[in-house]
Design a protein around this ligand. Structure first.
Ligand SMILES: [Zn+2]
Length: 458
């Protein structure tokens, strides 16, 4: 979630310092009186300052290092976990960079009994955490989920046998810290930083509706970068998503409690059966794990602002992930907008544990029930009525998707701009029809004018 009304608690009473101009106006002989007067004015100014600057001077909450791992320790712990459970977990570190800026992403893959089953025959889930630097709690949740998957920690009231029966059918990829460079800035003291190491918001750098700016656009919060996928982190994520081709995508954030589905750049949800299933799943999660407190609906329709160039809209529209979500797992609405650690992360042990237990349970509910939702829709689509007439646009879109996925670059071609391709196709059809018309009319004309010729030349 981005900060809105960031300037709201700026100081309305600029501080007043009397000393310099008093020294110029009064001769030195009056210095004892001057000191007294300046002192009184100083006290009055300090009182005014105390009133007006109450939020400005309120101390901000530092990162609670008793609860939270540093980025290095968190990745280290995940590394150790992977090393202890080679039968279930593997980890890749993917690096990318441009123009002197580099980043790397750890991608952990969970797959029980990897050796006997082809991972393509399984149900695929992709989860990303820590896309925004200041949302530390999300990466803690990634570690908790991986610990439960490797059976070093356990969910309340869930036995391992029933858990394993549905985990056998899944391959889960987890990106525990998408924005490592931004996270380092937060750990260095810039507690409100959400962008990457060079100031780009990684959740505005994707190509769906990229670069559009709303009236409340604040570059400190949501700078989209110089072009779609200009950032190494987004390039790596796109590569992971298109090669893995997941059935479910969840982008995990904090700043509020919400369960969002597409779209972020419109205030509507998409049409179709998957949309119905997505909403139904979110309603179940809200009831079972969010104490009915979570906001549900399209990101753009619920959060109070439209977001352009987001990962979830790309996953849904371009990668064609059937169920794509953004979860917001915690927020302290009472915290001052300068107090970012407190606003985006639990600060006490009880809340920290409650958030991690509730949300890891929510993810295991997804692992259990979401494959059934997707199977339901695909069986309905397969049994569905005879193929209806399609519009030219639908046909073309389907054709392009099919072709591009055949070559393993699903929908990439659509990045070039569906609109442009449609326009060129229409122009091509129109000119073809015109040419045919001219050709036919010429033939019929020449037939009528041509004198009859003997069939054998002389
Ligand atoms: Zn966020």
């Amino acid at each position: 979630m981005k900060l809105t009304g960031k300037l709201a608690d700026r100081d309305p009473f600029p501080s007043f310092s009397p000393a310099p101009w008093i020294a110029v106006l009064f001769p030195l002989s009056l210095s004892p009186l001057l000191i007294l007067w300046a002192g009184l004015l100083g006290l009055a100014a300090a009182a005014a300052d105390g009133r007006g600057n109450s939020t400005e001077h309120r101390p901000v909450t530092p990162i609670n290092l008793d609860l939270y791992h540093s980025s290095i320790r968190l990745i280290g712990e995940i590394n150790d976990l992977v090393r202890r459970h080679p039968d279930k977990l593997t980890m890749d570190t993917i690096k990318a960079g441009n123009k002197g800026y580099r980043s790397e992403l750890a991608v952990v893959t969970y797959c029980r009994g990897r050796k006997d089953v082809d991972s393509n025959s399984k149900f695929r889930i992709l989860l990303s955490f820590g896309q925004h630097g200041r949302e530390l709690i999300t990466s803690e949740l990634a570690l908790r989920i991986l610990s439960i998957l490797s059976e070093e920690e356990f969910l309340d009231k869930v036995d391992t046998v029933s858990l394993n029966s549905f985990l056998d059918k899944l391959v889960i990829k987890v990106v525990p810290m998408e924005n490592l460079e931004g996270r380092k800035l937060v750990e260095g003291g810039d507690l409100c930083e959400r962008r990457n190491g060079r100031g780009v918001d990684l959740n505005r750098n994707w190509s769906v509706d990229w670069g559009k700016k709303e009236k409340d656009y604040d570059p400190y919060e949501e700078n989209p970068g110089v072009a779609p996928f200009s950032e190494p982190e987004s390039q790596i994520m796109r590569k992971v998503a298109t090669s893995f081709n997941p059935h479910i995508w969840v982008n995990v954030h904090s700043g509020m409690e919400a369960l969002f589905m597409p779209y972020d750049h419109r205030n509507t949800t998409p049409p179709g059966l998957y949309s119905v299933k997505m909403r139904s799943l979110l309603e179940d999660l809200n009831r079972l794990h969010c104490h009915n407190r979570c906001m549900i609906g399209s990101g753009g329709g619920s959060v109070g602002y439209l977001a352009h160039g987001t990962a979830t809209d790309y996953m849904y529209d371009v990668v064609r992930v059937p169920m794509a979500f953004t979860f917001e797992i915690y927020g302290d609405g009472e915290a001052s907008s300068r107090d970012c650690f407190k606003m985006f992360n639990p600060t006490d042990l009880a809340t920290y544990n409650r958030v991690l237990s509730d949300w890891s349970a929510a993810f295991f509910t997804i692992f259990k029930v979401a494959p059934k939702h997707i199977d339901d829709v695909s069986s309905q689509v397969t049994v569905s009525s005879p193929k209806k007439w399609e519009s030219m646009d639908d046909y073309l879109e389907g054709y392009l998707m099919e072709r591009s996925s055949r070559y393993g670059k699903k929908m990439e071609v659509l990045d070039l701009g569906m609109q442009e391709i449609r326009t060129y196709f229409r122009l091509f059809l129109l000119s073809f029809v015109l040419l045919m018309f001219m050709f036919c009319s010429r033939i019929s004309k020449s037939k009528s004018l041509r004198p009859s010729m003997p069939s054998i030349s002389l």
